[in-house]
Design a protein around this ligand. Structure first.
Ligand SMILES: *[C@@H]1O[C@H](CO)[C@@H](O)[C@H](O)[C@H]1NC(C)=O
Ligand SMILES: *[C@@H]1O[C@H](CO)[C@@H](O)[C@H](O)[C@H]1NC(C)=O
Ligand SMILES: *[C@@H]1O[C@H](CO)[C@@H](O)[C@H](O)[C@H]1NC(C)=O
Ligand SMILES: *[C@@H]1O[C@H](CO)[C@@H](O)[C@H](O)[C@H]1NC(C)=O
Ligand SMILES: *[C@@H]1O[C@H](CO)[C@@H](O)[C@H](O)[C@H]1NC(C)=O
Ligand SMILES: *[C@@H]1O[C@H](CO)[C@@H](O)[C@H](O)[C@H]1NC(C)=O
Ligand SMILES: *[C@@H]1O[C@H](CO)[C@@H](O)[C@H](O)[C@H]1NC(C)=O
Ligand SMILES: *[C@@H]1O[C@H](CO)[C@@H](O)[C@H](O)[C@H]1NC(C)=O
Ligand SMILES: *[C@@H]1O[C@H](CO)[C@@H](O)[C@H](O)[C@H]1NC(C)=O
Ligand SMILES: *[C@@H]1O[C@H](CO)[C@@H](O)[C@H](O)[C@H]1NC(C)=O
Ligand SMILES: *[C@@H]1O[C@H](CO)[C@@H](O)[C@H](O)[C@H]1NC(C)=O
Ligand SMILES: *[C@@H]1O[C@H](CO)[C@@H](O)[C@H](O)[C@H]1NC(C)=O
Length: 855
């Protein structure tokens, strides 16, 4: 899903599309006359001063074939001969600048001399690093421009508002302001540019000759202007992930020459496909994934002989469709119908399998597959990515149940990516053995009990996901044969025994290792070699014990470490504070003990989430400890944007890997997932033996969203500085010995959704205004001198003796409520993403808020 927004897919697709990514589709007229006019001096000077405002930096361009074109710009030579410069052969004026992928790095001067080149018809500055400069308003002065490309694959490109002046460019044929990525996860792409809806409308009114308009990842946040449908010359229209909403103008489906329609991942864009879509004979590319389109897929669509890409996953399309219809689309090479309300069947007997389309990517997740699907899938000789997840393959398709050789199913042997999640598979399918090029296998959420030993011979595997099955026995040490593994997920099975010690060091490529939710025992692997690639380690919910090996400091790229709910017995691993990328640590529910400390050079520079709850830490919470968490102070929300530059390269990528499912055994603490991290900042020190006063300085950790200090031995008063924790949504200080009044400043916490100060020694009135007034007596009870309407105790009254309630009972109750709360949050942020991926991304966007309402 969403692949067309960011071009996140396998190298094959990369090759397929790279040509169109990096080449201009418009070339200016080249006169064949031999008459040459030398470059004008002032234009030459303008170009040279433009050149001088930048330095050359290889990392400024994303295109692997980039090179510094401006190196050929030498004052003594004719500028018309410079690399990337095109002149009108008659007048000698510079009419074209192509500096795409030229490794330029630096700010774009709003008054750049570039804008004195008024004869320019074509300007390509794509894929350079403009260090977040704004697009200069003077761009509007280049009134001859027909072709403008400021797209980028680099995160530091133009940002801010697209100047309204672009709509003055009435000669434009092509405008490209996209962000794209080749390989990095789409979740990490951040929209840098914003385009006012009014600018888009003016543009469509003024630039009436537009043929190509590409605005992927430009935030527009409005509905689509109907004037778009006036642009009858449009051939390519790409506005994916623009935060568009509202009704999709049906007139867009009447644009006669349209070949590319890409509106993926706008989520709230609604519409239907009209029957007239069959008239768009040029349509090659229709990507509407992750929107709210509904209705049937019109039969006329199957007339589109040029259709190569049809991506409509994660919408609300409905109806019964014969898959065989798609076989008529002779050019089709990408078909994703996943996660709609479709029922797909096959009348296979009528299909002439000698003549199938060149489908490479087939996504049929959650499609109620029915019939002899496999028979023709087997004949798709180009197939490399197959997702049949969430279809009940039991019964319908016996091949999957055969753990033996009774059927010699030969799948297209070139399949690289195979997803068979939630397919009611009982035996590990044998045919997988014959897939010689398999790189990614996901067979999670099935009922598989054993892994055949031939799997350990599949050394091409980069991703292996067998989570949420019934795997028994020990993990075979042969698993360490799989030296290309990048991701290994065996979460939520019944695995026993020790973790093979090689798992910490068998692969230089391993980034994700999750063995959570099993019955593993013993020590965790002790060796983590220098230079390893590990980013996610999850050993939670097992029976592991011992200390955390100090060699974990060799995992310089580690971002997540979760050892929750084991029997680790160790002091506070302050040394983790030297890991430069560590973002989330959970030691929850173990036997860690002693002081929490943070010696000078262990600074936890990126820490966002720390969960030390339910251990035996006994320490005074000092200001020094709080300053360990100073990465939770932000001056600018942007700093919280989680950027991920690591999942690049040739591997086949799938966001689901990244957000892979969490344990179904009540793992509520799941920190993975880019979007989740995007918001979440949390400190949970609950249920330890931490004492002393809560330092005032804690109020400076202003990005904290969840703060849980409950069930400790804190004394003193609630710091009034907590009123500065403006992002706080959860504050639990219950079951301590805090005294004094509830500071009035807490009424400033407008996002507060959970608040608990019960069972302390607080006194005085509960502040009546603001968010605090929305919490009931559960938040305040057990403080004998506290008064307020929540407690049915008027503040003028003499304090009555409090209701005697057994303390422990209350603690566990508040604890469980909190636990629930965590679950809500984590379903929202973590699990919701998983569910979101399963149900449609629309669900994940703000599942958190939604669930908060429900609870
Ligand atoms: C390009 O050439 C065509 C005819 O060959 C002409 O009609 C058109 O105006 C030219 N365009 C430019 C920008 O010179
Ligand atoms: C890029 O921006 C950063 C931060 O604003 C600044 O420190 C740096 O000097 C800029 N680099 C260039 C080449 O302008
Ligand atoms: C651009 O130039 C104009 C006048 O030429 C000047 O007023 C303005 O301040 C300049 N802007 C910047 C950002 O240098
Ligand atoms: C349309 O283009 C003309 C000429 O370039 C310009 O004067 C006018 O302001 C533009 N209109 C809008 C709405 O941008
Ligand atoms: C453009 O579209 C609008 C509404 O969609 C219509 O009212 C207007 O007449 C159209 N303009 C032109 C020039 O076709
Ligand atoms: C559509 O394309 C054809 C062939 O390229 C061209 O002749 C025609 O003018 C185009 N139509 C519009 C409305 O641009
Ligand atoms: C377009 O499609 C509709 C419905 O399929 C049809 O009625 C109409 O005649 C078609 N128009 C053209 C110009 O082909
Ligand atoms: C299947 O298609 C091939 C090639 O188009 C053709 O030669 C063959 O006769 C067809 N077979 C049947 C049964 O229609
Ligand atoms: C279709 O696949 C089956 C099973 O792999 C194979 O026996 C048959 O030869 C294939 N047919 C064609 C035309 O490739
Ligand atoms: C193979 O599996 C099928 C279905 O599970 C079973 O009916 C059959 O007896 C098995 N054959 C052998 C040789 O084990
Ligand atoms: C499967 O293939 C093997 C050899 O490739 C053959 O001996 C066997 O008979 C085949 N089994 C079936 C059920 O076709
Ligand atoms: C794995 O490969 C090795 C060497 O190619 C071979 O000897 C062994 O039999 C294979 N094991 C399995 C279970 O296929």
């Amino acid at each position: 899903m969403g692949f067309f927004c960011s071009l996140t897919f396998s190298i094959q697709f990369l090759l397929l599309f790279s040509s169109s990514l990096f080449t201009n589709c418009f070339t200016l007229n080249h006169s064949t006359t031999t008459h040459h006019h030398e470059c004008h001096q002032h234009e030459s000077n303008a170009l040279l001063s433009f050149k001088q405002t930048f330095i050359i930096s290889k990392s400024a361009s994303y295109n692997p074939f980039s090179y510094p074109k401006t190196l050929s710009w030498i004052p003594t030579t004719d500028c018309c001969s410079w690399d990337g410069i095109e002149c009108n052969e008659l007048t000698g004026h510079v009419i074209g600048i192509d500096l795409g992928s030229s490794q330029l790095y630096g700010f774009m001067d709003p008054n750049s001399t570039l804008f004195s080149l008024v004869h320019l018809q074509s300007l390509d500055l794509s894929d350079n690093d403009f260090n977040h400069s704004q697009i200069p308003a003077k761009i509007g002065e280049l009134s001859q421009l027909r072709y403008l490309n400021l797209s980028h694959g680099n995160e530091n490109t133009f940002s801010g508002e697209v100047p309204p002046q672009v709509s003055q460019l009435s000669n434009l044929l092509s405008l490209d302001l996209r962000s794209y990525t080749l390989g990095a996860l789409q979740y990490d792409l951040i929209n840098h540019l914003q385009l006012e809806a009014s600018t888009l409308t003016s543009l469509t009114q003024n630039s009436t000759r537009l043929e190509h308009l590409r605005l992927n990842f430009v935030t527009i946040s409005s509905s689509l202007p109907h004037t778009l449908t006036n642009l009858t010359s449009l051939q390519m229209l790409s506005l994916c992930r623009c935060e568009l909403y509202g009704e999709f103008p049906v007139g867009i489906f009447h644009l006669p020459n349209i070949t590319v329609l890409n509106f993926g991942e706008n989520q709230n864009l609604q519409g239907t496909l009209p029957a007239s879509i069959g008239n768009l004979t040029n349509l090659a590319y229709l990507a509407l994934e992750d929107n709210s389109f509904h209705g049937e897929i019109p039969r006329s669509l199957f007339r589109l002989k040029n259709l190569e890409i049809l991506s409509v996953s994660f919408n609300f399309f409905e109806g019964r469709l014969a898959l065989d219809m798609f076989l008529k689309l002779k050019m089709l090479n990408f078909l994703d119908l996943s996660n709609n309300k479709l029922s797909l069947f096959s009348q296979n007997r009528d299909v002439n399998v000698t003549n199938l389309p060149p489908i490479q990517w087939l996504g049929l997740r959650w499609c109620n597959l029915n019939g002899e699907i496999l028979t023709w899938i087997m004949n798709l000789t180009a197939l490399s990515h197959l997702d049949l997840s969430q279809n009940d393959l039991q019964g319908e398709i016996p091949y999957f149940l055969e753990g033996n050789n009774t059927s010699n199913v030969t799948f297209p042997p070139q399949i690289q990516v195979l997803h068979l999640r939630s397919c009611n598979i009982v035996h590990f399918p044998n045919f997988i053995q014959h897939l010689q090029e398999l790189t990614d296998l996901s067979i999670s959420h099935n009922s598989i009990k054993t892994i055949p030993s031939w799997l350990w011979n599949k050394t091409t595997l980069q991703g292996l996901e067998i989570s949420n099955n019934l795997l028994m026995g020990e993990i075979s040490p042969s698993i360490c044969n799989l030296q290309s593994l990048v991701k290994l997920d065996l979460t939520s099975n019944n695995l026993v025994g020790m973790i093979p010690s090689c798992l910490g060091s068998f692969s230089q490529s391993l980034q994700l290792l999750s063995l959570a939710g099993n019955k593993l025992t013993g020590n965790i692997p002790q060796t983590y070699v220098k230079g390893n690639a590990l980013r996610f380690i999850d050993f939670s919910f097992n029976k592991l014990y011992g200390q955390l090996p100090r060699t974990l400091v060799n995992c310089r790229r580690l971002e997540f470490l979760n050892v929750r709910h084991n029997h680790f017995n160790d002091s506070f691993p302050f040394w983790l504070g030297s890991l430069p990328k560590l973002k989330a640590v959970s030691l929850r529910d173990n036997e860690f003990h002693g002081a929490i400390m943070c010696p000078l050079k262990y600074t936890f520079p990126q820490l966002r989430i720390i969960d030390l709850s339910q251990n035996g830490f006994s320490t005074k919470l000092t200001s020094e400890i709080i300053m360990c968490f100073k990465s939770m102070i932000i001056s600018n929300k942007r700093q919280l944007d989680f950027k991920d530059e690591i999942f690049t390269g040739n591997e086949v990528l799938d966001p689901d890997w990244y957000l892979f499912s969490m344990s179904n055994k009540g793992v509520v603490m799941d920190y993975r997932g880019g979007q989740y991290l995007h918001h979440m900042v949390a400190i949970d020190l609950s249920s330890n033996k931490i004492y002393g006063e809560i330092p005032d300085i804690m109020g400076s950790l202003n990005s904290v969203v969840v703060l849980n200090l409950s069930n400790n031995m804190f004394t003193g008063s609630i710091p009034s500085s907590f009123g500065k924790l403006s992002n706080l949504e959860v504050l639990d200080l219950s079951a301590n010995s805090l005294s004094g009044e509830i500071p009035q400043q807490l009424t400033e916490l407008t996002f507060l959704d959970f608040f608990n100060v019960s069972f302390n020694n607080l006194s005085g009135p509960i502040p009546e205004n603001g968010q605090l007034s929305t919490f009931d007596n559960n938040s305040f009870e057990g403080n004998k001198d506290l008064c307020g309407i929540q407690l049915l105790k008027k503040c003028e009254d003499h304090p009555k003796p409090p209701l005697q309630k057994p303390d422990g009972d209350q603690d566990s109750e508040s604890g469980s409520f909190f636990e629930l709360y965590w679950m809500v949050i984590l379903i929202g942020y973590g699990g919701g993403l998983v569910a979101g991926l399963a149900l449609g991304n629309a669900f994940s966007v703000d599942v958190y808020r939604l669930l908060k309402k429900i609870f």
